[in-house]
Design a protein around this ligand. Structure first.
Ligand SMILES: *Cc1c(COP(=O)(O)O)cnc(C)c1O
Length: 396
């Protein structure tokens, strides 16, 4: 189909929810994607931190194809081997006790919120408050968009579910002021993604943990974006040795197959009984096979370590650009391969220019260039990106 025809059909038949770039992508290989005109792009967005193994990783493709031949879906009324195996793996990796599988980040967070509410009700009927952070992002369902403390995502959807309170991120005093016996849970990203790659001060998460313990509130960490090896450890909370009561994950987990997970401690998940929560598609054999393959490759190819190493290299390279473009670049921040460059002005034009120059990057929170590439990239790919950025920044 002609590119113009694809765009015309989309604009006629698809809900007008996305501001799309004027290219039609067709396939990918490793850290590269191609459009229908055959143009090649270096992919440092990776489906927004999803294609953790890059595109077309043979192990992932094979796992999906093999499983598709056996069985794509069956009901959660029956046991499947893949689901049990994946559950065991996620329990081992996270240090929590039990898992529920969903299909997306928002669904994982929705499950976390429901679990926290059920648990807290056992302590006291009015223990319903859930505290989240400004500039957070937790998803697009009504409860998760309410947890997402950004008015632009909530506008027009009122009345929103009750019981949510917002505090500034990385501000322990603000949290301490709001918390009380009525607090059921504090829900935070271990590193904020959509909010601009915001990394809390060392010690912040431990202090939040202590406050949660003081008020018998649960600590829910949303690792949907920063989890799955991206920051150099399997989960970002492991940098500080903090143990959440509930953790959610999704994006990188299936390497591109839709899957999300919520894990809780035994103490907390006791609040759930059969029928309290569920999903038709969640934990289906195809998604589980993909996630098992992704986790196996992450382990064998030491991808968290690679993310750490290449991330350091990339941060240094970006720092090196700062003195060359002081009127553009304000700060460089990140952990592993979750990196943000805060600009002195909106980043939209730079993202568009990078697209023309052959790189997919993204700007979040208006003025933060965000880089969340596949975790198996090498130094040469970073060099290639930096060369493209230099070209773009020189003209910006
Ligand atoms: C992307 C994201 C979500 C939502 O995930 P979906 O799969 O789009 O529902 C939730 N939390 C964080 C931190 C995210 O980055």
């Amino acid at each position: 189909m002609e590119k113009s025809r694809v765009i015309e059909l989309d604009q006629t038949c698809y809900m007008p929810l996305f501001t799309r770039y004027p290219i039609v992508l067709s396939h990918g290989e490793g850290p590269y994607v191609y459009d229908t005109a055959g143009k090649k792009y270096l992919d440092f967005l990776a489906g927004i931190a999803v294609n953790a193994l890059g595109h077309g990783h043979p192990r992932l493709v094979e796992a999906i194809a093999d499983q598709a031949k056996k069985m794509i879906h069956c009901s959660n009324l029956y046991y499947t081997e893949g689901q049990a195996q994946l559950a065991q793996k996620l329990v081992q990796l996270s240090g929590l006790d039990k898992v529920f599988l969903a299909n997306s980040g928002a669904e994982a967070n929705e499950g976390a919120i429901k679990l926290a509410r059920k648990y807290a009700k056992r302590i006291s009927q009015d223990k319903v408050q859930i505290i989240t952070a400004e500039h957070s992002f937790h998803g697009r369902t009504l409860a998760t968009v309410t947890a997402t403390a950004q008015p632009k995502y909530q506008h027009g959807y009122e009345p929103l579910p009750g019981g949510f309170r917002y505090v500034p991120y990385n501000d322990i005093d603000a949290l301490a002021t709001v918390m009380s016996e009525k607090t059921a849970a504090v829900m935070l990203e271990a590193i904020q993604g959509e909010g601009g790659v915001n990394i809390p001060d060392q010690g912040y998460l431990s202090q939040v943990r202590a406050l949660c313990d003081k008020y018998q509130a649960l600590l829910i960490l949303d690792e949907v974006q920063c989890g799955m090896g991206r920051t150099g450890k399997m989960f970002a909370y492991q940098h500080e040795g903090v143990k959440p009561d509930i953790v959610t994950m999704a994006k990188g987990l299936g390497g591109g197959m839709p899957i999300g997970a919520v894990l809780g401690t035994n103490q907390v998940v006791q609040a759930f009984s059969p029928g309290d929560h569920g999903s038709t598609f969640g934990g289906n054999p195809l998604a589980c096979a993909a996630a098992i393959a992704v986790l196996a490759v992450m382990e064998e190819e030491k991808l968290p370590e690679n993310a750490q190493k290449i991330g350091q290299y990339m941060m240094a390279a970006l720092e090196g650009l700062k003195p060359k473009y002081p009127q553009l670049i304000q700060t460089v921040r990140g952990q592993g391969l979750m990196i943000g460059v805060k600009l002195h002005k909106p980043g939209k034009d730079i993202v568009n220019a990078a697209l023309d120059a052959g790189a997919l990057i993204n700007c979040t929170n208006g003025d933060v260039l965000r880089f969340v590439p596949p975790l198996n990239i090498r130094v040469q790919h970073v060099d290639e990106l930096i060369a493209i950025l230099e070209k773009v920044l020189t003209k910006a």
